[in-house]
Design a protein around this ligand. Structure first.
Ligand code: DX5
Ligand code: ZN
Length: 216
């Protein structure tokens, strides 16, 4: 089954409440919340104060993607403010194992994200410590970019690695995901689709969500 996680980075912030509702109404499974610190990525978005209000309004779990340096500094705070899934970047922490355990101890599902150039090899010794792998299919920092085709093979490699280890973690893909690009990613093993501009820019979000989910 394919799950959909619309990224509110592409929402109209002047009517954020309605945008959040529209994701759940369209049949989305999670609400993707992109946190950027201007250091790990060259952009700044929003933090845990806004998450608190978003999570209170959302009928679906908040899937928090931390694109920040030393994410372990903020895990507890995002958990307290309503995150249900917390994903950290392998490149942003010196202590990935510790950060993943910290996320689970806070009662959240733990995710590891990899930038497009990062080899899946770094997952090898933490298999079992995470619930999902977030494969960046663009260089993180901005919505509305084009999916990098080499990431399809990477998803396939990660899927093979998880299957060989008997690990049940899901593969989530993020960046340039649309009905045009998601088919290849799903066939390679992705089961959670993040869609920002494609979802919030769709004329009919409900049918767009159904089309994405039907790819599985
Ligand atoms: C990019 C973010 C993505 C972004 C996706 O750094 O992590 O979640 O919002 O946006 P689209 O779907 O427009 O590429
Ligand atoms: Zn994201």
């Amino acid at each position: 089954m394919i799950k959909l996680s619309p990224s509110i980075l592409a929402a109209n912030f002047l009517k954020l409440g309605e945008e959040i509702e529209s994701a759940a109404d369209a049949g989305a499974d999670y609400l993707h919340y992109d946190v950027m610190d201007g250091m790990f990525v060259p952009n700044i978005s929003f933090g845990q104060g806004i998450l608190k209000q978003v999570a209170a309004r959302s009928r679906i779990p908040c899937d928090v993607h931390l694109m920040i340096e030393q994410p372990e500094r903020y895990v507890e705070s995002f958990a307290k403010n309503g995150a249900r899934i917390i994903t950290v970047h392998a490149e942003a922490t010196r202590h990935l194992n510790r950060a993943l355990h910290q996320i689970r101890e806070c009662g959240c599902l733990a995710g590891v994200s990899l930038n497009p150039h990062t080899s899946p090899e770094c997952l090898k010794y933490v298999l079992g410590d995470f619930d999902l792998v977030l494969v960046m299919t663009v260089n993180p920092g901005f919505g509305g970019q084009k999916m990098i085709p080499a990431c399809i093979e990477k998803v396939r490699d990660i899927k093979a690695m998880l299957d060989a280890a008997g690990a049940a973690a899901e593969i989530e893909v993020d960046g340039g995901v649309s009905v045009e690009t998601a088919g290849d990613l799903v066939r390679a093993g992705a089961s959670v689709l993040v869609a920002g501009s494609a979802f919030f820019g769709a004329k009919d979000r409900k049918s767009y969500a159904a089309a994405l989910k039907a790819l599985g």
